[in-house]
Design a protein around this ligand. Structure first.
Ligand SMILES: Nc1ncnc2c1ncn2[C@@H]1O[C@H](COP(=O)(O)OP(=O)(O)OP(=O)(O)O)[C@@H](O)[C@H]1O
Length: 239
């Protein structure tokens, strides 16, 4: 059973079709990369998956359940964790406090369990040494790590990452990739929207290419990047 399955999902904003009959599965434990030009509908696809936007047509199954009409919080509690393109941590709270907010989102966990979970996430995202710092004092890489950590603190089976690698130096990017790979190796399924292609292809086993809300390519990264349509449309290479 796939962890996520979209069937014939369509969504328009007025006359603009941002999701056009999109269907795909994510097998358990897979890392799927999503690429496509600006405005192709990538973030909208995440909003459809998480329930922040309702589709006009189609259905979504997550972890064996039809979640098409399920509110975002229920999907999160069911194991869908998400990072945002524009991180919005609570700047005056410490890194640890930010994680406590995420770990207790709609959950009635015992205090000791919350602490254990947050410490474990801080270790896995290499933020333990920053635990008591206010979020606003973090460097860019640390802010990205915090965004990842906040998503991990909800205990996801499926982690949705929205352009988390942008703006980092090569060394910082490699450090973040190592952390994401380690999370993936724990068995967490991942869908990652990313313009930094080498970061994406070093984690993703499969790529999906969106253009004007349509899937124009899907498969192993090497194969997808060789496709004529993808090279023309996405990379702007004259072939
Ligand atoms: N709530 C909304 N109402 C109207 N139009 C919207 C809304 N959200 C997104 N759009 C439009 O839908 C299109 C797809 O936007 P989306 O953010 O999904 O693209 P994207 O592929 O994530 O782009 P980027 O790579 O720039 O983040 C864009 O033209 C955008 O302006």
């Amino acid at each position: 059973m796939p962890i996520l399955s979209l069937q014939n999902i369509s969504k328009s904003f007025g006359a603009l079709k941002v999701s056009d009959d999109v269907s795909f599965d994510v097998p358990q434990g897979q890392a799927l990369g999503i690429i496509g030009p600006n405005g192709a509908g990538k973030s909208t696809l995440f909003n459809l998956i998480t329930g922040n936007i309702a589709p006009d047509a189609g259905s979504i199954r997550f972890d064996g359940q039809d979640v098409t009409r399920m509110p975002p919080m229920q999907r999160c509690l069911g194991g869908m964790g998400r990072s945002f393109q524009i991180p919005q941590p609570f700047g005056n709270l410490t890194v640890f406090e930010n994680l406590v907010v995420a770990a207790t989102y709609g959950q009635d966990r015992a205090e000791a369990a919350v602490t254990d979970l947050c410490v474990s996430v801080l270790e896995r995202t290499e933020l333990l040494a920053r635990a008591n710092q206010p979020a606003r004092s973090l460097s860019l890489l640390q802010r990205k790590r915090l965004e990842l950590a906040r998503a991990m603190a909800t205990g996801p089976k499926l982690l949705l990452l929205d352009e988390i690698a942008g703006g980092l130096t090569e060394g910082e990017c490699q450090a973040l990739i190592a952390t994401i790979r380690a999370i993936h190796a724990e068995g967490v399924s991942i869908i990652w929207i990313e313009h930094v292609l080498h970061a994406l292809t070093s984690v993703a086993e499969r790529l999906l290419v969106l253009d004007f809300g349509r899937i124009i390519g899907m498969g192993p990264p090497d194969e997808v990047m060789q496709s004529r349509e993808v090279r023309e449309i996405y990379l702007g290479i004259d072939v």
